[in-house]
Design a protein around this ligand. Structure first.
Ligand SMILES: *Cc1c(COP(=O)(O)O)cnc(C)c1O
Length: 392
């Protein structure tokens, strides 16, 4: 059996131990320290925002953004439906009610049309959401100009869930810097990793100060331990921040490698009937965190069959995120489709697949994926023709 090819495994820069050694040498092993401070500054400067706070996860970053915006029970928060559940779980932590917004076909991300309809209805009912969480799926930026304009019109803060889009650009500007808050994740499968970690960024220095306060158990200024607010233990450790600094140095290389992998798949598979790749929206540059594509039903093979067939050859592929409005967890939750009769996220879930995209994927490994993928489609084509012949 060939060795396993993972969807998106960690890829070390090789220089991490230098930073970790330094943390050990100076005994900064705590969830604070010089690497944490430096990592925050480096991310803020990379994105071009004023402030950043390093946290234990991307989920914690979204949670703190909602906490700082004072989202509480009974509030509504709008959120992209086509995403990982981590985008929306923090809404539940705050006891608030999510409302899911569909995707549009050009970026696969939040549909400005659906958002506008949802906002107008909410405004008529006199209950605007406290925040809108916009996800940049698989590295592709959402239509930020349109989405920001709608949020500004209704004066609702936008949280950019850029967990997957670090290193991507929208109209020449770094992904993550478009809302009131941006968030990043450094989980093991992301484009750069600290094994686990996250970052909350903003141009509002007071808001980040407040997030930093909440992330360290909300300890009041007093000589004893005094607390007037509910706090969390969400800070990133100085050891992991060292790993993050080393990873950030190779981010551009990682983006280049993932884009090259995408182009390789595209070159090999794009001509196959029924196969379409996730688009790159004009004036954006996606980091191509994962290569995503759709397979039309007319190929005669389901997404699940392809994933199983690749799995039999020790290749990990995944279905596109199951839309959150279809999750049992969110049964009965409000949802706004792209158009009344066009459900984009649902369609992408039914036809979408992600192929192994790690920046450390070798050419040989990619060839293996391409070969097995073609074989799966071919086998399906043959059995489809046989069925046709039998019917004739
Ligand atoms: C990974 C991810 C998160 C959560 O990040 P963690 O660091 O794993 O908590 C949130 N949103 C999206 C879109 C993600 O892909």
């Amino acid at each position: 059996m060939n060795s396993k090819i993972y969807l998106s495994p960690p890829h070390m820069s090789g220089d991490e131990t230098h930073f970790i050694d330094e943390a050990f040498r100076t005994n900064w092993i705590a969830p604070l320290g010089p690497h944490v401070d430096a990592f925050e500054k480096e991310i803020a400067s990379f994105v071009g925002v004023k402030e950043a706070v390093a946290l234990s996860s991307g989920t914690a970053a979204i949670h703190l953004a909602l906490a700082v915006l004072n989202v509480t029970a009974g509030d509504k928060v709008f959120c992209s439906t086509l995403t990982f559940v981590a985008s929306a779980n923090p809404i539940l932590y705050q006891g608030a009610d999510p409302v899911f917004i569909d995707s549009e076909p050009e970026t696969w991300n939040m549909s400005p049309d659906a958002l506008e309809r949802a906002m107008e209805e909410a405004c008529l009912k006199g209950k605007l959401p406290k925040a809108v969480i916009v996800v940049n799926l698989y590295g592709q930026s959402a239509k930020m100009d349109e989405l920001v304009t709608i949020c500004d019109r209704f004066d609702v803060p936008l949280i950019e869930d850029s967990a997957e889009s670090l290193g991507s650009l929208y109209r020449g500007k770094a992904s993550g810097g478009f809302g009131k808050f941006g968030i990043f994740s450094f989980n093991g499968n992301k484009i750069i990793t600290t094994s686990g970690g996250g970052m909350l960024i903003s141009n509002d220095m007071e808001a980040i100060q407040q997030a930093r306060f909440l992330a360290t158990q909300a300890r009041d200024l007093a000589s004893h331990y005094q607390h007037s607010q509910r706090g969390y233990n969400y800070r990133m450790s100085n050891l992991l921040a060292g790993v993050g600094r080393s990873q950030l140095q190779v981010l551009e290389l990682r983006v280049g490698a993932r884009r090259k992998i995408f182009n390789g798949y595209k070159r090999e598979l794009e001509h196959l009937p029924g196969v379409d790749f996730m688009p790159e929206y004009p004036e954006t540059k996606t980091n191509r965190w994962l290569t995503a594509m759709t397979i039309d039903k007319k190929t005669g093979i389901s997404i699940k069959q392809i994933i199983d067939s690749l799995g039999n050859h020790n290749i990990e592929a995944r279905q596109v995120w199951k839309p959150l409005h279809l999750q049992p967890l969110f049964q009965g939750v409000e949802y706004y489709p792209h158009r009344v009769d066009e459900h984009v996220a649902e369609h992408l879930f039914n036809t979408g697949i992600c192929l192994p995209s790690g920046s450390n994927l070798t050419d040989d490994e990619q060839s293996r994926v391409v070969t097995q993928f073609k074989e799966a489609l071919n086998t399906a084509g043959t059995s489809q023709r046989n069925t046709l012949i039998r019917k004739l």
